[in-house]
Design a protein around this ligand. Structure first.
Ligand SMILES: C=C(O[C@@H]1C=C(C(=O)O)C=C[C@H]1O)C(=O)O
Length: 373
């Protein structure tokens, strides 16, 4: 490699020496950072006492990652750089106190992928069989935080998750989005042409509906508890020579040694699922937050209008409005409302106060940093 007017030639060994020297520097700095995080833990313990100490600070982590992206000059892209820092923080936090994260399992689900994307790799994974078990595991304190799917860009809301918030005191303390790519998978000994049944979670079957109608109109679609479970069943069936396929993502296909018959079979190429992080603590302002509310409207003319009017007047930007049966009175409804801002921001606070006067019940499900990655 030479440049104009450059008499010295840069050789491969020279570049490798330079990389080795940089690596040594980075390693020292990462350890210096880790030692700081350990000190942070000591300070937190002295200030807050052993019982109530909160090691994980989602608002602080979001600010760190945002700053990494803002100051990044390249050649590495902003996201790539933030992912590296995501893992550095994850390792540092594990030194302070390793966190046990419950998620909708089994191993290999997109929810696990969301958990790793949000918290980094240095966590203790606790796969749960159902969404309400994730809630219970966090409520009981057996897990520090939980991860549950809440909405998909193709299929809409995950009712189980919304309904679980009704009787829970848990707070939403974060959100994370994952691009969902599905594959049609079979065990290695199975001829795809023989497939009679296709297993997956009902949401995944729905996200591939048009593709299945077109290419597999005669195969029976079987809804199971998760797409990782579908993959496990397809692997089991393969061992018995049964021609069963599964629809699942890459992690599940690797975990259960399945072969990809067709990749990226989701009907919408930007198919994305949003997940929520649930925990026992409220999260302070991070500077770029969202808030989720559960609101029961009075059953009278103009009730919903009066709720929405408050948002408009205070200039608070709503991002989502979801209706679910109230489960208390027939044809009664509750609303799930998401909006930009933190419940301690002045305008948001004013809206919430007004809603409390206008609705029969308002529950703040949480204010949390907007997903960074
Ligand atoms: C170091 C701290 O604790 C944790 C680790 C962080 C980090 O490594 O940057 C950031 C926030 C916390 O989750 C802190 O609170 O500052």
């Amino acid at each position: 490699m030479t440049t104009k007017n450059d008499t010295t030639t840069i050789t491969l060994p020279m570049l490798r020496d330079r990389i080795d020297a940089i690596d040594a520097q980075i390693q020292d700095l990462i350890n210096e950072r880790a030692a700081c995080a350990q000190k942070v833990a000591e300070v937190k313990l002295t200030e807050q006492g052993d019982q109530n100490v909160v090691f994980y600070r989602p608002e602080r982590e979001a600010q760190v990652l945002r700053r990494v992206m803002e100051r990044n000059k390249g050649p590495l892209g902003n996201e790539e750089m933030a992912k590296i820092f995501r893992q550095v923080m994850s390792s540092c936090l594990a030194l302070e106190r390793p966190m046990r994260i419950a998620f909708l399992g089994p191993e290999g689900t997109f929810t696990q992928q969301a958990a790793l994307k949000h918290f980094g790799q240095s966590i203790i994974s606790a796969p749960m069989a159902a969404i309400d078990e994730v809630f219970r595991e966090v409520e009981s304190g057996a897990a520090n935080y939980g991860v549950v799917p809440v909405e998909n860009s193709t299929e809409g809301v995950v009712n189980h998750t919304l309904d679980s918030f009704r009787n829970s005191r848990l707070k939403i303390c974060g959100e994370v989005e994952v691009r969902i790519h599905h594959n049609l998978l079979v065990a290695p000994n199975i001829n795809p042409d023989d497939v009679t049944h296709i297993y997956s979670h009902q949401q995944s079957l729905a996200q591939c509906r048009a593709w299945l109608d077109r290419y597999w109109p005669h195969a029976e679609r079987v809804a199971v508890s998760s797409n990782a479970e579908g993959a496990r069943l397809a692997a089991e069936a393969g061992k018995n020579g049964k021609a069963v396929a599964a629809i699942a993502g890459d992690i599940a296909s690797q975990l259960y040694d399945l072969v990809v018959v067709s990749a990226n079979i989701e009907d919408h190429p930007d198919n994305t699922t949003r997940f929520l992080i649930i925990g026992n603590e409220k999260v302070p302002q991070s500077g770029k937050d969202k808030t989720s509310l559960l609101v029961s409207a009075k059953n009278e003319p103009g009730a919903l209008y009066r709720l929405l009017e408050s948002f408009e007047r205070h200039g608070v930007d709503m991002t989502r409005l979801e209706t679910r049966p109230s489960l208390i009175s027939k044809w009664g409804y509750v609303f799930y409302i998401d909006f930009w801002g933190h419940c301690e921001d002045e305008a948001c606070h004013a809206v919430i106060d007004e809603l409390r006067e206008r609705a029969s019940e308002v529950k703040v499900l949480g204010s949390y940093p907007v997903a960074v990655l």
